[in-house]
Each structure stands twice: as C-alpha cells, then as structure tokens.
Design a protein around this ligand. Structure first.
Ligand SMILES: Cc1cc2nc3c(=O)[nH]c(=O)nc-3n(C[C@H](O)[C@H](O)[C@H](O)COP(=O)(O)OP(=O)(O)OC[C@H]3O[C@@H](n4cnc5c(N)ncnc54)[C@H](O)[C@@H]3O)c2cc1C
Length: 506
C-alpha cells in the first residue's frame, strides 16, 4: 500500500510537471503498446520518479472485481464510480504517467442546463445541445447515445464538483450557439486540472493505479469476460482475474498503421495525440467479437502548430481570435465546425493560416502562456509590427482587423456570418499570431457500445462482463465531434461504465 501511495505521488508530480506542456508534447510517432520500455526511460530522465512506480508493481494482485484498462479520464471516472458502488477496481495504464489524451484537453467540457450556466444567466436546454451536436455530426450520431449524453451532462459537472473538480468558467466552441464549455475558474486548460483532480480522488479512495502496465489481452471463460493479461517491467507478464473489464484505452490518433489503414489520405498529417493512443482496446475488443463503427471518421483539428505538433485550443477563437491567411485576410467563419474550418485552411494557397488575437484574448485564455513558452507565438506592439514579423501586408492586416472590430461592435459578421466568439474587439495591444495548419486530432470511430456502456456484437448482443467508454468507442459524435464533447463523454460514460459494472458484478 505504501509503495502504491508513493507511485501516486510520483504520478501527481509528473502531471504537475506535464501541465507546463498541457495541450501536448505531441508526437507523430506511432509507438505501439510495447513502447512502454522506451517511454519509461524517457520519463526517468525527465522526472526521476518512475523507479518508485515500477516497484509498486509488487502490490499488483491476481484478482479484482473489475479491471480498468487505460488510466485516462474515462478510466479514472469509471474507477471512481465503481468504487462508489462498493467494488474493488484496479486501473492499468501502459504509459509512465496516467492521463492519456485527457491530460492534453485544452478548451473544456460541454454540458447543458448546468448550475454554472444558470448562475451566469445563460439560457440553455438539453434539447438544444442535442440538436446542435446532431447538426455538427451531420445527423449521423448514434441518437440513443447522444440522448443519454446530453441528459447526463449537467449531473456529470455536479459529480466532478462534488469531488472538488470545479469547472466554473464558461466558454464556447465551434458549432455551439451558447456558452456551454465548462473549464477551470481561471480559464486554464481543462485536461491537466481534470486529470490532477481525478488522480487525487483515485488516491483518496485508495484505488490502485499502475503505470507501465500494458494490457495485451482480455481473457474470456465460457463466453464471459474473465480478466486480462498484462505486461509490466518491460518483459514480465501476469494474468489478473476479474468478473468484468472496462476498456478505456482511448483512440488511435497516434497509430500510423491504423491511420494508414482507415484514412490513407491523412498519413502525412501530424497528430496532436499522445504516443499511447494506438487503438489497443479496439484490437482486443474485436478479438472477442465486438465490432467497430465509423472507423474512417477521423477528425482533423484546424489549428495545430506543426513543428512540433501542438494544439492551439478552440478557446482562442471562442474568446475572440480570428484566422487570417498569408494575404492578411480572413477567409472563413472561424467558429464553424472543425471539418469546415480545416477544409477552408487547406484551400488557402499555402495550406496554412494564422490565429490572430490581442492582449485581451491572451488574458482570457491562460493556455496561451504555454504556447508562448514553447515559442509558438509571434507578437508585435502594433498590428503593423506583427505583420512585418509574419511577412503579410500590414495595410491589409490592419484593414481586416478594423473591419472585424466594426462587425463585433454591431454584432454582425458582414463577411462570413460568424455569430459567436464576438464579445470583444481585437484592440488591446500587444497583438499576437500563431502559425497553424490542420492535424489529426480525434478518432470518432471505435467499438460499438449501448448507453449502458456494454460492448455489443454485431448481433446486438452484449458481451458479458465487457464494458467500454471514451474515445475507444464510436458512434456518439457521428461524422464530426464538437469541441468540448469528448471530455463530457469520458466523464458521463466513464461514470456510467463504473455504475453499470457494479450491477453486473453483484
Ligand atoms: C491536444 C488535445 C486537446 C483536446 N482538447 C479537448 C477539449 O478541450 N475538450 C474535449 O472535449 N476534448 C478534447 N480533446 C479530446 C479528449 O481529450 C480525448 O478524446 C479524451 O480525453 C479521451 O479520453 P479517454 O479517457 O477516452 O482516453 P485517454 O485520455 O487517451 O486515456 C486512455 C489511456 O489508455 C492508455 N492505454 C492505451 N492502451 C493501453 C493498454 N493496452 N494497456 C493499458 N493502458 C492503455 C493510454 O496510454 C491512455 O493513457 C483533446 C484532445 C487532444 C489530443
């Protein structure tokens, strides 16, 4: 127990360290699940904490009520809900730190009819959230999943709040008509804050969480899930038995092989995903007869700094930023859905653009401080100074911003009919720009589950004891995920998985 406590402290320490890079130390690498070895070494160098984590493996038992595969947001939410219901869960995470892509989430968590919205005087309904998400997904979303999702979004925010994870600041993402993206009070990136908060609760509830624990196989006995086979300390394996398994291994945005298989046209794109997002859960589940949906639906995010890949969160536009091309002109409604904005950037002569903003946006989106530290941001005391640095015509850039400020004042975008993220003019020096282009960001496809998070076979039958939640699943988002909906999904369905598994196990 003592070792496990130390391992958690080490994890928390590393997360605090990684917050400096929240939004990503992205990699185009397609490291497979067997990459724990090299990544562990890397972590030793940067944190010096992983030794403690390895030694905690001595505490790993051979039996738990439920094994949770993957220590991101969905996995930790599932574990906490299962524990709430009286189960003894274990979390197995293959990377040297917990958090997965959740750790990188920047803009926030969408939810409707929340106390936070009510306090801010924002009128919203679950039906509106449903309709706008459906429109964003071009009507292709799994409607039963979506209904459950919107109807449980406010209670998910409350559930987090009850654990001391307070998302009390609101912003807006593309495709949404009202502020329903919940983020930490200071406007900072949601991912690090959420992972840190979940980990603290995991520790408080004495839930064991093991890192560098790479699950290779889900075992079955007589057609029922019976546990997992896990590899750890680089070459040791252990079989753990459990009545149920919850798979929360995230997406496959960092698997070059899977991207090539499902979307060869995207093979050359950079990815914003962490190296562990290699689709392991999808492979393990399909081996047991589960099936996948929407695998070719891969979201490219319009605003990715390319070298090294690093996401520029949607909140920068939501808080007033605009996009300009190399001529210094706007070219699209910046708050359109991600697919539409990405396509607009790819139509520009050099297939890149700049996110342009002022000191006011910088103040409202504290994640920008990280972008600055990483050297991604150009700045100028005036728009003319900035234009020179970007090598764009200064008179055009000045005219573009002037026209935009008039549009903001009269609340009417004369050029591209943008209606949101227009609360503030761009007139507070300094002025800033980040060079961006689209990058692979999110895999909409995954294994098919029902709203009870049971993994389904093509026949519609559930595989007894097998549950999944989060980015490893497919269908909720349809053709196009709305920014902020994934963090909501992992909390809502992670929590649901833990709750449902308790009914199954008892
Ligand atoms: C840069 C970036 C910014 C984002 N910003 C937002 C945002 O603001 N709002 C929003 O809604 N969404 C956002 N997203 C998307 C969102 O963060 C993710 O979709 C979501 O966090 C996925 O959560 P998850 O728990 O399903 O998976 P993850 O958080 O990725 O966790 C899965 C974990 O499983 C582990 N794992 C994988 N295979 C195995 C195995 N075989 N054995 C053991 N462990 C394994 C992985 O290493 C990983 O730690 C963002 C994504 C990125 C990349």
């Amino acid at each position: 127990m003592k070792t496990r406590g130390l391992a958690l402290v080490a994890s928390l320490t590393m997360i605090v360290a990684s917050l400096a890079g929240c939004g990503s130390t992205s990699s185009t690498s397609s490291k497979s699940s067997s990459s724990s070895k090299s990544s562990s070494k890397k972590t030793e160098v940067t944190s010096g904490a992983s030794k403690t984590q390895y030694s905690s493996m001595k505490d790993l038992k051979s039996k738990y009520d439920v094994v949770i595969v993957g220590g991101g947001g969905a996995g930790m939410s599932a574990a906490l809900a299962a524990k709430e219901k009286g189960l003894k869960p274990v979390i197995l995470e293959k990377m040297p730190v917990a958090g997965g892509n959740t750790l990188k989430a920047s803009s926030g968590m969408n939810a409707s009819e929340t106390k936070v919205q009510k306090k801010a005087g924002i009128k919203d309904t679950n039906d509106k959230f449903y309709q706008e998400t459906l429109a964003g997904g071009h009507g292709t979303n799994d409607k039963k999943m979506l209904r459950f999702f919107v109807d449980h979004s406010a209670s998910a925010v409350d559930w987090l709040d009850g654990m001391g994870i307070k998302l009390t600041n609101l912003t807006i993402t593309g495709g949404m008509s009202v502020k329903r993206t919940h983020r930490p009070a200071d406007g900072s990136a949601v991912g690090g804050y959420l992972v840190n908060g979940l980990l603290k609760n995991v520790k408080k509830q004495a839930i064991p969480i093991y890192v560098n624990a790479d699950v290779k196989k889900i075992n079955e006995t007589d057609g029922k899930v019976a546990g997992v086979k896990v590899t750890f300390d680089q070459d040791k394996t252990k079989t753990i038995s459990s009545k149920a398994v919850i798979v929360t291994t995230g997406g496959f945005g960092a698997s070059k092989a899977m991207i090539k298989k499902y979307r060869p046209d995207l093979s050359k794109y950079v990815t914003t995903n962490q190296a562990g997002s290699t689709g392991d859960g999808i492979k393990m589940i399909t081996d047991l007869g589960g099936y996948t949906v929407d695998m070719s639906k891969i979201q490219i995010h319009p605003t990715v700094y390319q070298k090294p890949p690093y996401l520029v969160g949607e909140a920068v536009r939501g808080e007033g930023g605009i996009l300009v091309n190399t001529k210094g002109e706007r070219f699209t409604n910046e708050m359109g859905t991600r697919d539409v904005v990405s396509a607009a950037i790819n139509k520009q002569p050099d297939k890149y653009a700049y996110v342009l903003f002022d000191g006011g946006v910088k103040q409202r989106v504290t994640a920008i401080n990280q972008y600055e530290k990483k050297g991604m941001v150009e700045s100028g005391a005036t728009l003319g100074d900035l234009a020179k640095k970007l090598n764009v015509p200064s008179s055009t850039l000045e005219k573009t911003v002037q026209a935009w400020n008039t549009d903001v004042k009269v609340k009417k975008d004369a050029q591209y009919a943008r209606t949101t993220g227009m609360d503030h003019q761009l007139n507070t020096p300094k002025y800033y720009a980040i060079k961006i282009a689209p990058g692979i960001h999110y895999t909409m496809g995954g294994v098919k589950i029902n709203p009870q998070t049971e993994v389904l076979k093509k026949s519609g039958q559930a595989i007894p004891g097998l549950y999944a939640a989060g980015e490893v699943t497919g269908g909720l988002h349809g053709d196009n995920r709305i920014g902020g909906n994934s963090v909501a999904e992992i909390v809502i369905f992670g929590r649901q998985a833990g709750t449902q598994v308790a009914k199954y196990v008892k």
